[in-house]
Design a protein around this ligand. Sequence first.
Ligand SMILES: [Zn+2]
Length: 247
Amino acid sequence: MEGTNSVDILAFGAHPDDVEIGVGGILAKHAAAGFSIAICNLTHAELSSNGTVEIRKMEAKQAARILGVRKLINLGFPDRGLRGDREEVLKIAQVIRQLRPKIVLSPYFEDRHPDHVMTSRLVKDAVFDAAIRKIRTPGDEAPHRVPQVYHYFINDIHPADVIVDISDFYEIKVNAILAYRSQFDRQSGEVSTPLNNPAYLAMIRGRDQLWGQQVGSMYGEALVSPRPIRQSLLLPAQFRALPPGKF
Ligand SMILES: [Zn+2]
């Protein structure tokens, strides 16, 4: 049964800002088209050099508002302390069962940050377990099978299976990233990090332009599907050529 809690797309991140960097444009575009979106972050990124957990929580809310995201969840797992154990998997499976998404977005499984890799693994296990009736989640939620998972990119890249044209939503994406002022906008007295170096946002923009260029758009966001993507027809019906003699 689909409750009022259910969403179309559920995006997981290890840290607040992962989702915005990887799929901010995709989320903004789908929210604008009327789809309901949720973001679930596993940690509060409490080990970040700048800002505090409280500031980061406010920034995450602001970024979600900018993207048009309906629901923002944080599981409060420890930053750099993800264990990858059953308890963590079942808490993520619980979120999947509560929100019953049609699409789950999860970090790509190769990335220089170990938390991104672990999040990818945890979400994979949780998607699997959420569908199994005899596996119990903490609130005894009904099972849910996620029809499609896609991986998105944070630090490292890989050839894409799908690139979504996000040209019309690029400035919204940038604004959502910039909502994390404590991370991306260096204030006096703050530590210099790769994120608050002006080259960082330029790098993200360049990466997204490169993906856009691969599909003839100004900006794109790339996804990888862990399984083949099902198509019922390769062409939409309105693209049918006229039968011979009907010109
Ligand atoms: Zn991260």
